[in-house]
Every structure is written in C-alpha cells, then in structure tokens.
Ligand binder design. Sequence first.
Ligand SMILES: *Cc1c(COP(=O)(O)O)cnc(C)c1O
Length: 367
Amino acid sequence: MTTPRIDFDLKPSAQPLSGTEREAVLADPGFGRHFTDHMVTIKWTEGRGWHDAQLQPYAPLPIDPANMTLHYAQTIFEGLKAYAQPDGSVATFRPDANARRFQNSARRLAMPELPVETFIEACDVLVRQDRAWVPTQGEQSLYLRPFMFATEVGLGVRPAGEYLFIVIASPAGAYFPRGVKPVSVWLSEEYVRAAPGGTGEAKTGGNYAASLAAQAQAAEQGCDQVVWLDATERRWIEEMGGMNLYFVYGTGEHARIVTPELTGTLLPGITRDSLLSIAADMGHEVSEGRISTEDWREGNADGSISEVFACGTAAVITPVGEAKSARGSWTVGDGQPGPVTMKLREALLALQTGHAPDPHGWLHRIV
Ligand SMILES: *Cc1c(COP(=O)(O)O)cnc(C)c1O
C-alpha cells in the first residue's frame, strides 16, 4: 500500500532573526539552547489520520491543563543531525533509521505511526527553510528534534484520539570544544532504567524522567554519568545515560569490539548500529554480546579490556575513563581516550561531514 503524500503548507516567518543575530548564536551554540526560526507540525486525529502539515514560525504552543500528555506521558521523540557538506550541500545521517525507530516507539506507546517518507520530508522541509542555521565549523551541526505527543484533553486513561507531530531544530556546537575528555561512570545497582516488557526500547520521555534520580546519585558519587544494569540480576551492562556502550578487547588492528546485545531493554542506537559496520569495515572483529560488571572489572584488572566508550547522536563517541560501583572503582585503560575509540570517532565524523566516502549510502542530501 502506498501512503498518500502529505503536502506541506509553507508559512515562513515574517520576522526571522537577523543574519547578525543568527551569526552571534552560531558562534557559540552550545546544545539545545537556541532554536531556529521555524518548526514543522502535522496533526493526527482519529478517523482522519495525518493532516494539516505546516512549516510555520517557531512559537510556543497553547496547552490545556487537562492535556493527556501532561498526565499520562504519551510522548516520543527522535534526535538526528544535519551536517554541512564540503560541496556546500546539507545532509542528514540515516534519517530513515530514525523514522523507523519513531514508528517502533509509537507502536509501544499506542500512538499512530507516521509514514517513514513523511518523517523524512518533515525534517527536509525544516532544514531547507532554515539552512542558514546549519553551522559550518568543525564538528558543529544542526540538531533536529522530531517528537509527537497526545493533544487530546481529558483525564480518562486510554490512548488519545489526537496527536501533534513537531520537528524543531537547534544548532549544536562541538561536544568537546576543548578536546575529547573521558567521562566517569557510576554503575547503578539501586535504580534501573528499563525492565523486560517495559518501554526501554522506545525513545520516550518517561525513560528519561525515571533516569534523573539515578543521574543525581551518580553525581553525588562524583561521576559524570550513570551506567544502567539489567533489571533482573543487576549484573549485565546495558547502556550509559542516553548513550550505548562499546568495549574494546585487545589493542591495535586486531582489537575486538563488543557492544551489549539488544535484549529489548536497551535503546537501539543508530550510532551503535553504524559503528558495528564501520568497525567491521576497518577490519575489527565486532560482536554483540553480554558483558557483566565482573567481566568489566576483571577485564580491566587483567588488561584484556583496553578501552570503553559510549556512543550516540549528540556526542558521537565519548570515552569512558573511570568506573565506580558500590563494590569499588577502577580506571579504564590508562584513563585517557584510547586509540581505537578515537579512530572510530574520527571515521564516523568524517563520514557524517562528507570528508570520507559513504559506502553504505547513509547520507541523505537535502539542499
Ligand atoms: C537516543 C538514545 C541513544 C542513542 O541513540 P542514537 O540513535 O545513537 O542517537 C542511546 N540510549 C538512549 C537511552 C537514547 O535515548
């Protein structure tokens, strides 16, 4: 079945930020602090489906106190980046993968599924309109945040009959403007992020709300981030904050790279998936498996684990330098960013910014 194409009604802002003001923002964008001049919105209503797709000025939304999302949290999101390319064009990275994951998240939260091509077109329409907001310096990018939430008003508990899909965009600076710095992590044995049968695989706000107390505990322990363990045994490593994890066994060209397998409680990261291919392309043995907290501690003690890193769209790749749990703490490798970590980081960024070939056809050119 082909989905009827949705036409976007273009209503550009009469008062976009001036070039001078925009340039001032782009000089130091930070992350998620500034938003472009526009947003894309698409409505969904029971019986009518997706309709009323618009590009319009970025603006606050009116909200009814009985809006169902505020009470029962039917809300999902995505995160992807548009990168300026050396030939002056702009490309997003694997937007089809984000679109499919968005459909999976929607299904889990009993929300309607947006067609993959409409998701991609909504991102394209926004980037085309706000292309002047795509930063061109080094590791900078335009972060796109598609999301959807219930707009129906009422307190009855059931899937809502009305939703709003929105895409907003925010210029993002280099994650490590002063050089890549390893993070320290706290292995959370008290709180869990996701349990079997729960929403761990869905990109939904509730998972983040539930993570904040654990993140605060990590900070109390002097750590930057929390590492999640499985809910049943509190033994198997799942992921770190909002990023997936990789373990490097051995060193050099023959280093073996392992990431926790997708058990249904991990968020299936697109960066994680891309690195499975990129590391294999570089000749590394790559696998998905189970790594326990003891495996990690012992592997560090006997030197078989040389590096650990986290990966996700926002920071691309972040080395893990220190691990701490109720049972002790250890330094990962020499505590510095490892060579395999940095090689993979450079390879992925080079591909995303058009400075390396794209053998898998992951870049989606927009303008
Ligand atoms: C988004 C997210 C990731 C990383 O996914 P990417 O597609 O690589 O950005 C990992 N873990 C969690 C919990 C996430 O929400």
